[in-house]
Ligand binder design. Structure first.
Ligand SMILES: Nc1ncnc2c1ncn2[C@@H]1O[C@H](COP(=O)(O)OP(=O)(O)O)[C@@H](O)[C@H]1O
Ligand SMILES: [Mg+2]
Length: 349
């Protein structure tokens, strides 16, 4: 029996060590050091994370899909004192209206026939961090209840008798313009002020094009290793194609693209031909840019201005779903002025 006991104790120690090891690994994986990029916009993001991680203030992370909002939220959590407590991520857009409240706040047994008792996600994040993704999609009722949680530091279960105290740090993310949602009466202003203590804005990938080679190489190493492929890098033209694409799906799309190319390429270097049609075609659609880059010769100031102009126009078109009036406004051009440029650069199809 004592043999069995010491064996049990040994197994317990082993598990504790394994646990500690895994925890360290997770912590390592999710700090701001894993947010790749040297552009000043990405550096700003990293420094915001480093500066706010220690405190318990609410953080609002905004940005388009695939820009790294969740990655940043995790970095904040794993760099904070709360790192050994849970990080609970909830996608508000994925919760059906009828389940939102029980899922977030908890529900008592027997509230309706056949309902089992269920602890809410807020409470399961107790001591740690609650990440509410797509918070712009939360219903007005749930917003009111959430505000209460933040103010009173307690949750009320659906059908619960008395509130339960909770200590959570809230990080919220959205790709919507919450100020606009407030104007449309779809988002509570008081909740917005509560969330928006610190605001971290994730740049779209086309705003940090200079980071594309670094990110692409980072994903290449990762996936080449996973897929056990010996691939060294990208051809010059492949890099240029990646750098001139407008990336509506941002870093997530870039990662998928690189992964796809790693699978498809037959050589030790990824070529333009290994990239998706959309990326190759977009590059070919801009002859000026193409020839300026291909020649490798010294670019004149005019060439560079043209290249920049084309990129900015494409970006504005992408950001506005090709709404020419809004794009023109964004670029500080008249509507006709934009139409002229679109025509001149062959971007008007
Ligand atoms: N700066 C970055 N460096 C490395 N990987 C990144 C970076 N930004 C995003 N990623 C990766 O891109 C993918 C999408 O990021 P995610 O945080 O889910 O974006 P979002 O929540 O904004 O949609 C994830 O796999 C993430 O790890
Ligand atoms: Mg996300």
């Amino acid at each position: 029996n004592s043999v069995a006991l010491s064996e049990l104790e040994r197994r317990r120690q082993e598990l504790l060590e394994l646990n500690l090891h895994l925890r360290r690994e997770v912590e390592e994986r999710f700090t701001s050091k894993n947010i790749v990029g040297t552009s000043s916009k990405i550096q700003d993001v990293r420094s915001m994370i480093d500066r706010t991680a220690e405190s318990a203030v609410s953080v609002l992370v905004t940005g388009e899909n695939g820009t790294g909002k969740e990655l940043s939220a995790r970095a904040i959590h794993y760099q904070s004192q709360r790192r050994s407590k849970p990080f609970v991520a909830v996608n508000c857009a994925a919760l059906p209206e009828s389940l939102v409240e029980s899922e977030l706040f908890g529900i008592e047994k027997g509230v309706a026939t056949g309902v089992e008792r269920r602890v809410g996600r807020i409470e399961s994040a107790n001591g740690g961090t609650l990440f509410l993704d797509e918070i712009g999609d939360l219903s007005m009722t749930a917003q009111a209840k959430l505000l209460r949680v933040l103010q009173e530091r307690e949750v009320e279960w659906v059908g619960g008798r008395r509130p339960v105290p909770v200590d959570v740090r809230l990080i919220a993310a959205t790709n919507k313009d919450l100020k606009e949602e407030i104007k449309q009466n779809r988002f509570r202003q008081d909740l917005f002020f509560r969330l928006n203590v610190i605001h971290i804005r994730m740049p779209a990938l086309r705003e940090v094009r200079s980071d594309i080679p670094l990110l692409a190489t980072y994903f290449l190493r990762k996936h080449a290793k996973d897929l056990e492929r010996d691939i060294q890098g990208f051809s010059q033209n492949a890099v240029k194609a990646l750098m001139s694409y407008h990336w509506p799906g941002n870093i997530r799309e870039l990662e998928n693209e690189v992964k796809r190319a790693v699978v498809l390429t037959s050589g030790r270097e990824i070529q333009v031909e290994d990239l998706s049609d959309a990326i190759v075609e977009e590059r070919l659609a801009v002859p000026e840019l193409e020839s300026a880059m291909k020649s490798g010769e010294k670019q004149t100031l005019k060439d560079r201005v043209t290249t920049l102009e084309i990129q900015m126009i494409r970006d504005a078109m992408a950001q506005t779903d090709s709404d020419r009036r809004r794009a023109a406004k964004m670029l500080g051009l008249s509507h006709q002025g934009l139409l002229n440029k679109l025509k001149r650069y062959g971007l008007d199809n």
